[in-house]
Design a protein around this ligand. Structure first.
Ligand SMILES: Nc1ncnc2c1ncn2[C@@H]1O[C@H](COP(=O)(O)OP(=O)(O)OP(=O)(O)O)[C@@H](O)[C@H]1O
Length: 308
């Protein structure tokens, strides 16, 4: 596998507002990487610096061991900006061919790729439809297609899943995963931490312009050592919890209780204690969500260097 993208202590300020405060991370090829963080964390600023549209005040960006200097180094990249940029009156097919031609494809190549992509996005029957007559979700899929039409090796997507229904989210993520499996470097941003938890293999989580968590989603969730025990109880009695030091109530709504069980406490003992005072209608053991990991990381110790 190639080195991928390396972001090394990148700093950027807009006047006296610091947007990126030494963000460091690595994005490998062949995997789907989510750049996550709450509103205002610095994701768009970082993406613009990756793309060479903004110049960092400090730090460096490397691709496959080569330092990227200016926007020309990213000519062949695919980009889906947060503010969508389609021509409303242009037909869907013509729009894609146009973007393919802008990236240097011949008319025949661009037409063939455009047809393949629209088919893959289940928009094959919309070739002759004006863009502004497509639904919002369809326009978003078309926007994604414009970022992919020239077969880029690096794809950067700003909030590609915002506003999409679950079926469209699944469809877009499957499409991006296929590109990653073909060796493409794919990085997308999102502020919806738990929405993307099952969509990407790797994450880089930023907060206040710094990396707070990075690495494989499954490893980060498992490595926290924390588990969540979900219990649906037939009784409102909670006194039995007092016997467990360190077990914390995450939420307690109606008869649904969610507990954070720290390492060293056997969740089955907690379950048994619950059963001793009343019926347990349902239960499950889960790993912490990405938002829970984010809250823990943002409030406590910062991860100064990413895992990889
Ligand atoms: N052009 C600009 N001028 C001044 N400040 C800016 C500009 N662009 C971004 N900022 C500031 O930089 C910080 C990071 O913004 P950025 O857009 O990178 O965040 P984000 O993580 O993409 O947020 P969101 O999820 O809301 O899109 C914010 O405090 C924002 O107000």
């Amino acid at each position: 596998m190639s080195d991928g993208l390396r972001v090394d202590h990148v700093v950027h300020a807009f006047g006296d507002r610091v947007a990126l405060d030494g963000v460091t991370c690595q994005v490998p090829s062949g995997r789907l990487t989510g750049l996550l963080g709450p509103n205002g964390a610095g994701k768009t600023t970082l993406m613009r610096i990756l793309l060479g549209v903004l110049t960092a005040d400090g730090g460096e960006v490397w691709l496959d061991g080569r330092r990227l200097a200016d926007v020309h180094d990213r000519r062949a990249w695919g980009y889906m900006p947060q503010e969508r940029g389609l021509y409303p009156s242009m037909k869907a097919g013509a729009q894609l061919v146009h973007f393919g031609r802008l990236h240097g494809l011949s008319r025949e190549q661009a037409t063939r790729r455009a047809r393949d992509l629209l088919g893959e996005l289940e928009l094959g029957d919309r070739w002759d439809e004006r863009t502004d007559r497509l639904s919002g979700g369809m326009q978003q899929r078309l926007q994604l297609a414009t970022a992919l039409v020239h077969g880029p090796q690096v794809v950067v997507l700003d909030e590609p899943f915002a506003g999409l229904d679950p079926v469209a989210v699944e469809q877009l993520s499957a499409m991006l995963r296929r590109r990653a499996e073909d060796g493409c470097l794919v990085v997308f941003s999102s502020h919806q931490l738990d929405l993307v938890q099952d969509l990407c293999e790797d994450i880089v989580m930023v907060d206040h312009g710094r990396t707070v968590l990075a690495g494989s989603v499954s490893r980060l969730r498992a490595a926290s050592g924390q588990r969540r025990l979900r219990l649906q109880l037939g009784s409102a009695e909670r006194g039995w919890l007092d016997a467990f030091d360190g077990v914390r109530v995450v939420s307690d709504h109606a008869d649904d209780l969610r507990l954070a069980v720290p390492p060293g406490v056997d969740p089955l003992r907690v379950l048994d204690a619950a059963r001793s005072v009343g019926p347990v209608l349902d239960f499950g053991l889960e790993l912490p969500t990405l938002s829970e990991l984010f809250l823990a990381a943002a409030s406590g110790e910062r991860v100064r260097e990413p895992v990889r």
